[in-house]
Design a protein around this ligand. Structure first.
Ligand code: BGC
Ligand code: CA
Length: 340
């Protein structure tokens, strides 16, 4: 064995003592399907708060075993975790890329090992990469849809609240919390939320935009606090957040500064529904992590059995992209109760 393989096996033994103690590759004494999975970062509100618990619950319901590891925001770490899963002989991989531009290396690893692979939440950005391997699929959303829905909500509210145009120039002066640069969701939300104003014939002016690979509440708080105390602090008329996590931080900053502004997020986390109930947030967009988690596992289980991945499931594959796309839904002060 090369040093590297010895190292990987040792790491695997440390991380998965059960599998090694049992001597077999699957759970000892059973032919239970074993899924090797990761979350790009357990620090992410949406991934850790919605996707992970539902994947664990649904795996139990389906009688399969899932091991979900934390990639801690490091693609190199994920690459090693995938090597360990492969060495251990999991039946299928369910992977949340850290870097959406790095799908190729993961796909090639799965292909060499002939293990089916379901990518979820971060869609591969390299063109054609999904066609490298016949056993790779994607579960996520249509990223643009969230921006379109968020944008339409903002346009409708802007029109019915003339006082939001603080300086009365007819132009929306906004700040935007983007999330991870290069992430298809962050990019599409940024484009389509603002485009909705243009499509409605309303001019916009971007006062500031900041990106954060971790989509974090801390970042939302730090940036919003800085913006409010900057030279344009009193010109801000609208806060666009590409996820709820960052919006929560911005809301805290606005409370501290005693200056509440219209603010919109994406995900529809429980805390966002509470902020809407309290009148501190104007809207969000349901990012249906529960159904994305279920779809990821349904495809994975079918693939592990060698069945058609959508057999016996409610999901349909988009042929060109081999993707299942779960719909987004607008969440407003009128309907938020339905999502609690
Ligand atoms: C969610 C974000 C999350 C990101 C992680 C997006 O779909 O809306 O809240 O941070 O996925 O990749
Ligand atoms: Ca204005």
């Amino acid at each position: 064995m090369t040093k590297r393989i010895v190292l990987v096996v040792l790491m695997a033994a440390l991380i998965f003592p059960m599998a090694f103690a049992g001597g077999g590759q699957q759970a000892a004494g059973s032919d239970q399907i074993v899924i090797g999975a990761n979350i790009y970062s357990f620090a992410d509100n949406f991934m850790n708060g919605v996707m992970k618990p539902e994947m664990e619950r649904y795996a139990q319901e389906k009688g399969v075993r899932i091991d979900i590891v934390d990639s801690e925001g490091q693609q190199a770490k994920l690459n090693d975790q995938v090597d360990v899963f492969i060495t251990r002989g999991v039946d299928v991989l369910v992977i949340n890329l850290v870097d959406p531009a790095s799908a190729r290396s993961i796909i090639e690893k799965a292909q060499r090992a002939n293990i089916p692979l379901v990518l979820f939440n971060k869609e591969a950005t390299e063109a054609g990469v999904m066609n490298l391997y016949d056993k790779v699929w994607y579960v996520g959303t249509n990223s643009a849809e969230s921006g379109i829905i968020q944008g339409e909500m903002m346009v409708a509210d802007w029109r019915s609240n003339p006082s939001w145009d603080k300086n009365g120039d007819g132009i929306v002066q906004y700040v935007l919390l983007k999330g991870e640069p290069g992430h298809p969701d962050a990019e599409a939300r940024t484009t389509y939320s603002v485009k909705a104003f243009a499509d409605a014939g309303i001019q916009t002016q971007q006062l500031a935009l900041e990106a954060d690979p971790n989509w974090s509440t801390q970042h939302g708080n730090d940036k919003m606090a800085a913006w409010l105390s900057s030279s344009f602090g009193n010109q801000i008329e609208l806060v666009i957040a590409n996820n709820d996590g960052m919006a929560f931080g911005a809301i805290t900053a606005m409370k501290t500064a005693g200056q509440m502004l219209p603010i919109y997020g994406v995900d529809a986390l429980d805390q966002a529904l509470s902020h809407i109930a309290d009148g501190e947030m104007n809207g969000t967009v349901l990012n249906d992590g529960v159904n994305q988690a279920r779809a990821s596992l349904d495809l994975a289980i079918n693939a592990a059995r060698g069945a058609n991945v959508t057999a016996g499931t409610p999901w349909t594959l988009e042929a060109a992209t081999k993707a299942v796309r779960v719909a987004y839904v607008a969440v407003t002060p009128e309907n938020y109760q339905d999502f609690r």
